[in-house]
Ligand binder design. Structure first.
Ligand SMILES: Nc1ncnc2c1ncn2[C@@H]1O[C@H](COP(=O)(O)OP(=O)(O)O)[C@@H](O)[C@H]1O
Ligand SMILES: [Mg+2]
Length: 333
């Protein structure tokens, strides 16, 4: 097995009329070493699904090259398909059958003998925490269980420990199912699998990924470990509503967020009570300058602002004319 399980160089892709093309990928490159979890983080329309579809051989790039498990995604398309699991795409799960029946059937279709298929199904049910639900019809499964069965079905005929493409795996899941799926991804990684997942959630990328690439305008605008990326922008802000203009001006230089209209400043913090308390004591020792405070966690929008100077909505071409924080600007009626 190669050391680099997923790699892409200079991928470009445009949609639309040749006379009026819309460029979706603009020279995207990425490398995922074996056994790593890689998160492609970006807002709606950033090109995440397009990237996954190119890597999983469901569509082709206009230019650039990509290899998965050592195979070229165009020239060796069939080998790539056998090497990967793609959530919810290749797996045709029948809701009126049980989880076990589905996996046995899929295993038979990939050419395994009856006894091997039975064995493989049991192995995958165990691995994805579905053993207890194995004999239940899939239509009784929760969203999270359903998604795990999809993962298992996609892996039936693939060599272990596998290469996974998870395109927004937790979008639409309730918080509990989301946490379950996070655990599954961590277990996969612990077992040596290589995972490329896409997400709109900074928190998800932070929790799961060894390496994050922030996608904007069809290319990776920032890359690194979650720690490296977070060091480039504050993960949390302590937003302070000040009692007067004097205090505002005194503290403005330390702030990463300014809203003069409401006398509000946002100062970087790690979000812990200890730090917030120490910060408040330091900047307002006489307890006269700060009227109110709130902790604001970095959103994907903040990351984009910090990294690209535009908001996630703008990057997605979905400018609505509203500010993301309506309280920020004085409203004129
Ligand atoms: N088959 C297609 N035809 C035309 N435009 C497409 C097609 N697929 C995607 N797009 C456009 O490409 C852009 C990126 O889409 P996509 O890769 O799905 O982004 P993401 O998954 O990050 O939301 C979007 O603006 C989308 O409308
Ligand atoms: Mg998508």
């Amino acid at each position: 097995m190669p050391e680099t399980m997923i790699e892409a160089h200079g991928l470009t892709k445009s949609y639309g009329k040749p006379s009026d093309p819309v460029r979706v990928l603009d020279g995207l490159g990425l490398q995922v070493p074996r056994g790593e979890v890689f998160a492609l983080l970006g807002p709606n329309g950033a090109g995440k699904t397009t990237t996954v579809r190119i890597l999983a051989t469901l569509t082709t790039a206009d230019s650039g090259t990509a290899r998965v498990a050592g195979f070229d995604v165009v020239a060796d398309r069939h080998r790539v398909r056998r090497a990967i699991s793609l959530t919810g795409q290749f797996a045709a799960v029948d809701a009126t059958q049980t989880g076990e029946e589905n996996l046995r059937m899929t295993a038979r279709l990939t050419g395994l003998s009856r006894s091997h298929a039975k064995h493989r199904a049991a192995e995958l049910l165990e691995r994805f925490g579905l053993t207890e639900a194995a004999r239940r019809q899939v239509r009784t499964y929760s969203g999270g269980m359903r998604r795990r069965l999809d993962l298992a079905a996609g892996l039936v005929g693939s060599p272990e420990p596998g290469v996974f493409f998870l395109d927004e795996p937790t979008t639409g899941l309730d918080p509990r199912s989301r946490r379950e799926l996070w655990q599954v991804v961590r277990d996969l990684a612990d077992g040596g699998a290589t995972v490329l997942l896409t997400t709109q959630y900074l928190e998800e990328a932070d929790r799961l990924a060894d390496h994050i690439a922030v996608l904007n305008g069809g290319r990776a605008v920032a890359e690194g470990s979650p720690e490296t990326l977070k060091a480039r922008f504050p993960g949390h802000r302590l937003d302070l509503v000040l009692t007067g203009r004097e205090a505002y001006l005194r503290l403005a230089a330390r702030a990463v967020h300014h809203s003069p209209g409401t006398l509000t400043l946002g100062l970087p913090t790690d979000g812990t009570a200890a730090h917030a308390r120490a910060l408040l004591d330091e900047i307002d020792p006489h307890r006269t300058d700060v009227e109110r405070f709130s902790v604001h966690s970095a959103s994907l929008d903040d990351v984009f602002l910090a990294l690209t100077g535009e908001t996630a909505e703008e990057a997605a071409g979905e400018t609505t004319g509203e500010t993301t924080e309506p309280t920020e600007e004085p409203t004129h009626v």
